[in-house]
Design a binder for this molecule. Structure first.
Ligand SMILES: Cc1cc2nc3c(=O)[nH]c(=O)nc-3n(C[C@H](O)[C@H](O)[C@H](O)COP(=O)(O)OP(=O)(O)OC[C@H]3O[C@@H](n4cnc5c(N)ncnc54)[C@H](O)[C@@H]3O)c2cc1C
Length: 170
C-alpha cells in the first residue's frame, strides 16, 4: 500500500530537515512538517514537554508469559506501566517468548518525544506556536509532534485526510 502511495515520488530517508532547512524549503511550494513544532520555531516560546519511556527487553525460555500482547499495570508499587509480549501480535508459536517492560522516564529535549503533557502550561505555550503556524503559507503542520497532541494511528490518518481535504478546498 505504501509503495503504491509513493509511486513516482522521490523519497529521501535518514535526513534531518534542520541540517539543510533552507535548501529543503526551496524544493517545494508546500511542505508538510511533522516534527516538533517548538523546534521549528527554535523554542522561542519555550520547550514543550513530553513523557518519556525506557524499554527493557527480556527473552524468556517459556512459550507464553501473559497470554496477551499488552497488559497494563496501574498499581503505585509496580515500577513499569505495561508489558508487551510481542508474539501475541501475530499469534506466534515459538518455544520461547520476548517481553518488553515499559518504565516511565523523565524526558529531556535530546530524548524521543513520546506522550505530550497537555497541561495548562504546555497548552499555553503550544497556543503561541499554533498562532504563528496558522500564519504560514508554505507549511502545513501535521501529526502528533507538530500538533502537540496524542493521536492513535487511526485518528492520525483521519486527521491527515482532513488536512488534505481542507488544503484542496481552499
Ligand atoms: C510510545 C507510543 C506508543 C504508541 N502506541 C500506539 C498504539 O498502541 N496504537 C495506536 O494506534 N497508536 C499508538 N501510538 C501512536 C502512533 O505512534 C501515532 O499515532 C503515529 O505515529 C502518529 O503519526 P505521526 O505521523 O503524527 O507521527 P510520527 O509517526 O512520529 O511521524 C513523525 C515523522 O516526522 C519525522 N521527523 C521529525 N522530525 C524530523 C526532522 N527534523 N527531520 C526529518 N524528519 C523528521 C520523524 O522521523 C517521523 O517519521 C503510540 C505512540 C507512542 C509514542
Amino acid at each position: 500500500m505504501i509503495e503504491k502511495m509513493l509511486e513516482g515520488i522521490e523519497v529521501r530517508l535518514n535526513l534531518d530537515y534542520f541540517t539543510h532547512q533552507k535548501a529543503y524549503n526551496q524544493l517545494a511550494d508546500k511542505i508538510v512538517y511533522t516534527g516538533p513544532i517548538d523546534k521549528f520555531y527554535n523554542y522561542e516560546f519555550g520547550i514543550l514537554e513530553y513523557r518519556s519511556l525506557r524499554f527493557e527487553h527480556e527473552t524468556l525460555p517459556i512459550e507464553n508469559y501473559q497470554g496477551n500482547a499488552v497488559v497494563n499495570y496501574t498499581e503505585k508499587d509496580i515500577p513499569f506501566t505495561r508489558i508487551i509480549e510481542h508474539k501475541h501480535f501475530e499469534f506466534g508459536h515459538q518455544s520461547q517468548t520476548i517481553i518488553t517492560r515499559e518504565y516511565p522516564e523523565q524526558w529531556t529535549v535530546d530524548k524521543d518525544a513520546y506522550y505530550p503533557i497537555n497541561d495548562e502550561r504546555n497548552n499555553e505555550i503550544y497556543k503561541k506556536y499554533k498562532e504563528k503556524a496558522d500564519q504560514e503559507r508554505q507549511f502545513i503542520f501535521g501529526g502528533r509532534l507538530a500538533e502537540y497532541k496524542y493521536f492513535d494511528m487511526h485518528i492520525v490518518i483521519e486527521s491527515a485526510l482532513n488536512l488534505v481535504k481542507n488544503e484542496f478546498s481552499n
